[in-house]
Unconditional design. Structure first.
Length: 433
């Protein structure tokens, strides 16, 4: 439906030129036809032939006008439907672009927040793991110190009990010879709970300065040792209780931190997947946004071109209608003039009668040659080099010659007319295409 405007303008010019050439060639041929057939009284009226040819041209131009109107109507329909579709597509693209832009902004904010949460969770998990490692190290040190202190406490307590038992049995001398006496002596020396008098009494006993056997001071020393035993046992219980509390606190801390690490790890995994999904979604939306913007710009440009071409086509069509109307009026006026009785009388006067002498016949023939040559020169001026100007030149050359009869000239004119009609038909096919 869409025809190049330049093609339509050139077609109109060619159509007008072809019509003028046909008219001039026919008028040029008419006198020659009369001159060639004066002896035949029954020959057809040459003016009637020209009128018939012009009427056919008038009908042809009218039919072409109808076809052109039909094509223009279809083209106008195409402009309206295509323009409406493009406008709807542009509106839809604008809505989609706005929605995509909003979604991209919203999802970008969500992704940034999730990435911030992920960083925070990873830091918290690292801190929890570090706290567990530090707590474990402290617990190991505390356990080692506890084991050492408990071992010493137990050793000292055993030595204390042996000393008390030896004193009660009157066997202090044998106890003082045992390794337990050395442990007990070191404990008493380092103990901060004993009074100095008690410390000196016990150390004096342990150093063997008292006589063997039961002595009056042994009861006092036994009491001191039993008191020290009770205190040592209480300290040992407190030590064990403290260790148990430390172990319980450590285990509670480790359990809490493990639970925290597990929760953080689960949150990190979930949010990592959400970040990945949002990344893919954002990439797809950005690609879609870019494609939509590009298509939107293309549609806007195509719509602008369509409006411009449709407006241009409308102007071209109106110009064609105007030129075609002028052609029809010109053809109608020409037919009217040729059909007029005065024109027929004038035409008859210009031709020699059947009783004309040879001289008159020769003079009339020369005049007809001149008239035909003038008409052909006018026709030649209407043609471009590719529209049959060489044929017109050849016909003019034949007219100027003396040995070529009118029959051959008429044949040449008929061939020229046939060629112009064929070119006109080819132009019609191009227009329909």
């Amino acid at each position: 439906l869409k025809l190049p405007p330049s093609f339509n303008v050139d077609r109109s010019a060619m159509h007008k030129s072809s019509a003028m050439v046909l008219l001039l060639a026919a008028l040029a041929a008419a006198p020659l036809v009369n001159a060639a057939h004066l002896s035949q009284s029954s020959a057809a009226n040459p003016i009637r032939k020209v009128v018939t040819m012009l009427q056919a041209m008038q009908t042809k131009v009218t039919e072409e006008g109808k076809k052109a109107d039909e094509l223009f109507e279809k083209y106008t329909c195409y402009c309206k439907s295509s323009g409406g579709n493009l406008a709807a597509s542009i509106e839809s693209a604008e809505t989609k672009i706005a929605e995509l832009s909003s979604s991209i902004e919203s999802d970008s904010e969500k992704k940034a927040k999730l990435e911030g949460d992920l960083s925070s969770h990873q830091e918290d998990r690292d801190a929890a793991n570090k706290a567990m490692a530090e707590a474990t190290a402290v617990r190991e040190k505390e356990k080692a110190a506890f084991d050492k202190a408990l071992g010493e406490s137990k050793t000292n307590l055993v030595a204390m009990r042996k000393a008390i038992e030896a004193l009660e049995k009157g066997m202090a001398g044998s106890f003082l010879q045992s390794p337990a006496a050395g442990f007990l002596q070191r404990f008493v020396t380092s103990s901060h709970r004993l009074l100095e008098t008690d410390r000196q009494a016990v150390l004096s006993f342990l150093s063997g300065q008292q006589a063997e056997g039961y002595a009056p001071a042994s009861g006092e020393i036994t009491g001191i040792l039993k008191q020290m035993e009770d205190e040592m046992f209480a300290d040992q219980k407190d030590m064990i209780a403290t260790e148990d509390a430390a172990v319980k606190a450590y285990e509670g801390l480790i359990a809490a931190k493990k639970k925290e690490v597990a929760a953080l790890s689960k949150s990190i995994e979930e949010k990592s997947m959400r970040v990945a999904d949002l990344g893919v979604k954002l990439a797809e939306m950005k690609n879609d946004h870019e494609d939509t913007v590009e298509g939107h710009e293309d549609d806007k440009q195509f719509l602008a071109d369509l409006k411009k071409n449709c407006a241009s086509k409308s102007g071209v069509h109106e110009e064609e209608k105007k030129m075609r109307a002028q052609e029809i009026v010109a053809l109608a006026d020409t037919i009217k003039i040729l059909n007029d009785d005065d024109a027929l009388e004038l035409f008859k006067k210009t031709l020699p009668s059947s009783s004309a002498s040879f001289v008159q016949m020769q003079a009339s023939t020369s005049a007809l040659r001149a008239q035909a040559a003038a008409m052909l020169a006018q026709a030649r001026a209407q043609l471009s080099p590719g529209q049959g100007r060489q044929r017109v030149d050849f016909i003019s050359l034949a007219l100027r010659g003396r040995k070529v009869g009118f029959e051959k000239i008429i044949t040449l004119i008929d061939e020229l007319v046939a060629t112009l009609k064929k070119e006109q038909t080819d132009d019609d096919h191009k227009k329909e295409y």
